[in-house]
Design a protein around this ligand. Structure first.
Ligand code: A2P
Length: 273
């Protein structure tokens, strides 16, 4: 149950998101998730819970190499030296020798520093401190600029994606460029999307929950969803989406829920520190 990354490494097909959890919540949730079989854990410097995630990883009853830990650089640390410092701070809070995937959290185009930041990411990968490097919330134009100026390609772009904002064009572009799409807020943050008749009807037809239907949609598209839940039963069902399939018509019905309205920030304008 992994996807191959363009750098030759592999990544689990589904993970646990940890926003918004504090250190204690993250520690508990990650501990439980690992016991359920989750192997991909997603955090970020700006979530303020890397210490909690790290504590759970340290105590996990599985080898470090079996876990895939992602964190992200916050906006205040754009720039070459600042990015190296930001990584080191994250790594210390996590208590890890290396992270599996390090992402630039937002491009912040008005700051004009993401290319310099990316050079630092390339350095971290060469040193083996970040095993894979990628971006989050980047547009194709922003990725093309990174590659043109540094020659180094991101292997993942983590973006807002759910049936309400299905990212049709972006995911096709990323697939063409051998970049894995990772979906944040894959459940559209919960209740509204999960209560849509299209979703609840499909859930009833398959004997599944609405969340499982939506997560199956991501997996069938080749995207890696990172649903957030702190609830043990929801965490269990969210991982249990690999033994049923949606038909092409059912996939299209979910895609048709797209509204063009984001729940989160726009990559061209979002400001985050
Ligand atoms: P909770 O943490 O109380 O389980 P997203 O990952 O799209 O941001 O969605 C997260 C939201 O969806 C949270 O409010 C979470 O609540 C809720 N959620 C997560 N899993 C499920 C599920 N299986 N069924 C219903 N709601 C869920």
């Amino acid at each position: 149950m992994t996807v191959m990354l363009a750098d030759g490494r592999s990544m689990p097909r589904l993970g646990l998101g940890t926003w918004p959890m504090n250190d204690d919540e993250a520690r508990q949730a990650v501990t439980h998730a690992v016991s359920l079989g989750y192997r991909l854990i997603d955090t970020a410097a700006s979530y303020g819970n890397e210490s909690g995630v790290g504590a759970a990883v340290a105590d996990a009853p599985v080898a470090r190499e079996e876990l895939f830990v992602t964190t992200k650089l916050r906006g205040s640390h754009h720039g070459y030296d600042a990015a190296l410092r930001g990584f080191e701070e994250s790594r210390r809070r996590l208590g890890l020798d290396y992270v599996d995937l390090f992402l630039i959290h937002w491009p912040l185009p008005d700051r004009g520093l993401y290319t310099e930041t990316w050079r630092a990411f390339a350095h971290l990968r060469e040193q083996g401190l970040a095993r894979s490097i990628g971006v989050s919330n980047f547009t194709p134009a922003q990725i093309e600029r990174l590659v043109a100026e540094t020659g180094v390609r991101p292997v993942v772009n983590q973006v807002e994606m759910h049936p309400g904002f299905p990212q049709r064009e972006l995911r096709a572009w990323l697939a063409e460029h051998d970049i894995v799409t990772e979906s944040w807020s894959p459940l559209g943050r919960g209740s509204k999307l999960l209560g849509e008749p299209v979703v609840t009807d499909l859930a009833a037809a398959h004997g599944r929950t609405p969340a499982q239907v939506v997560l199956r949609w991501h997996v069938q598209l080749g995207a890696v969803p990172i649903p957030k839940s702190a609830d043990p039963e929801r965490m269990r069902q969210n991982l249990d989406v690999f033994d049923f399939a949606l038909t092409p018509e059912e996939m299209a019905a979910l895609d048709a829920l797209g509204t063009g309205v984001r729940l989160g920030g726009d990559p061209d304008t979002h400001v985050e520190l």
